[in-house]
Write a new protein. Structure first.
Length: 364
């Protein structure tokens, strides 16, 4: 195969226009890096934060055009954004002082309580727990919002059973999607399911800010925020933008998962966010035929860690195929299987959260 030349890449980029600027993206300075290794191409596009969403269309166009070059084996186009000075400070290895944070004035005035659900690693059932807690709070008579802050792997549209795009209201404001009595917003509603979010830090922060402040949430008693797993930009940005009432950590009792839980707790503490409880998910499996209980992922792991940290253990959720099936069907367990042990566990956890955070109803 003929060796790919940088001039061939530049030629393609010079033919793709940024209509809002009236120039092609190469001459306008939107291309910050071109890397070629054995005919594998990586191009980095850089734009202002407020233009990030609109530029995703151009990113896809660049990727498609470069793939069409005969000598290109593979191509990745990354979209990043200019970071303001305060955003750059996020990435410095400094502790975050909550008193110095500038919270979202627009959102804070409409939401009384913010609860973030986090996890040290993926695959522990955090998103499933988030949606069931949100719906449980709704069943208790509260006005509930659910923010899917997992920009890279949004799953709440599927779990809550919503599809389509949010309805534009005025200017750049949109209405949240609603189902099962819950208002929800997610990046999964704004991009096709098969689209990979090839975004870097400032872009992610911009997307989170828009989901917080460009959505007409209305007056909410509580907002459940489903964080991405781990510790990164989104968690830190959230601590700066929202006056979080507290965080809840979800984990399996497995030792490997608990190692990452410690990191997640440390991150929240540095951000000035109190960890108000822990949930042990996939705690045990009960045989439907004989009633035998097996602790597949270990026993009492989260309970012991909660005791060690002096953090309340909010509940233990069993491992059951009904939970997975209900999530895939867009009908959370607390609605589709309300009399099961797992549904009762979610409901009890929600009642504990009402007490811990002193959540009040709009008419109280």
């Amino acid at each position: 195969m003929k060796k790919l030349q940088k001039s061939e890449i530049i030629n393609v980029l010079s033919k793709i226009n940024d209509l809002s600027r009236g120039k092609d993206i190469y001459s306008s300075g939107n291309v910050s890096d071109i890397s070629i290794k054995e005919n594998n191409v990586q191009v980095t596009l850089e734009v202002e934060s407020h233009r990030a969403g609109a530029f995703e269309v151009i990113r896809k166009q660049v990727e498609k055009s470069l793939h069409e070059l005969p000598n290109v084996t593979n191509c990745v186009v990354i979209l990043t954004a200019h970071a303001a000075q305060k955003d750059q400070n996020l990435h410095a290895n400094k502790s975050i002082n909550k008193e110095e944070n500038t919270h979202s004035i627009v959102l804070d005035s409409k939401v009384k309580t913010f609860i973030a659900l986090g996890s040290g690693k993926g695959g522990v059932g955090k998103s499933t727990t988030s949606v069931n807690i949100a719906v449980s709070l709704g069943l208790e008579g509260y006005n509930v919002g659910l923010l899917d802050a997992d920009v890279y792997g949004p799953s709440q549209p599927r779990m809550l059973g919503v599809s389509g795009r949010p309805r534009a209201i005025a200017g750049d404001m949109v209405s949240p999607m609603k189902n099962h009595g819950i208002s929800m917003m997610s990046m999964g509603l704004l991009v096709p399911d098969e689209t990979a979010m090839v975004w870097r830090g400032p872009m992610v922060q911009s997307a989170l800010n828009q989901m917080l402040n460009n959505v007409v949430w209305g007056n909410l008693d509580v907002m459940i925020i489903d964080l991405p797993p781990g510790t990164g930009d989104i968690q830190i940005s959230l601590a700066q933008q929202v006056n979080l009432s507290g965080a809840v950590i979800v984990s399996t009792p497995q030792d490997v998962a608990l190692l990452d839980v410690i990191k997640a707790i440390s991150m929240f503490e540095k951000a000035g966010v109190k960890v108000s409880g822990m949930i042990e998910n996939m705690s045990f499996w009960e045989c439907p035929d004989c009633g035998r209980v097996d602790h597949i992922f270990g026993e009492e792991g989260v309970s012991k860690e909660a005791d060690r940290r002096k953090v309340p253990l909010l509940g233990k959720i069993p491992l059951h195929s009904d939970i997975r099936e209900a999530s895939d069907a867009g009908s959370p367990t607390v609605i589709s299987h309300p009399k099961t042990l797992q549904a009762k566990a979610y409901r009890e956890i929600s009642k504990k959260l009402i007490e811990i955070f002193e959540i009040t109803k709009s008419n109280d």
